[in-house]
Design a protein around this ligand. Sequence first.
Ligand code: CMP
Length: 137
Amino acid sequence: MEQTLSIIKPDAVKKNVIGKIIDRFESNGLRIAAMKKVQLSRADAEAFYAVHKERPFFGELVEFMISGPVVVSVLEGENAVAKNRELMGATDPKEAAPGTIRADFAESIDANAVHGSDSLENAEKEIAFFFARREIL
Ligand code: CMP
């Protein structure tokens, strides 16, 4: 069993498709172990995406992530990290395979509906960023 972090980003929250995205997870063998809706501060978004701080898109990424509330979840299941990435599709929705979350709900590489941890090591760090142990059940 693995755990991974999912963020439903401000674009998808504004579109009112939280439930449709969660259904993709639950219908494909992932269980919601924790979940909350959060308005990230600028400091939160900068810290969460610190790994990208030298990238040219960092400023826009932070602005976008604080533009409205997000829904953060811990997804649990067999190969949860890879499974979530498969369900999300490619980072750029123009390249995302048909039927993936980003192909169906995302507009652009910035407004790309969801984030998912890219490795088990990062999943542990990202889960700890948002959730206390007692919130993960
Ligand atoms: P996410 O999985 O949340 O991780 C970092 C985010 O940066 C990514 O999704 C995209 O929304 C955003 N981003 C914007 N431009 C790029 C880019 N050129 N390459 C990768 N990520 C980008």
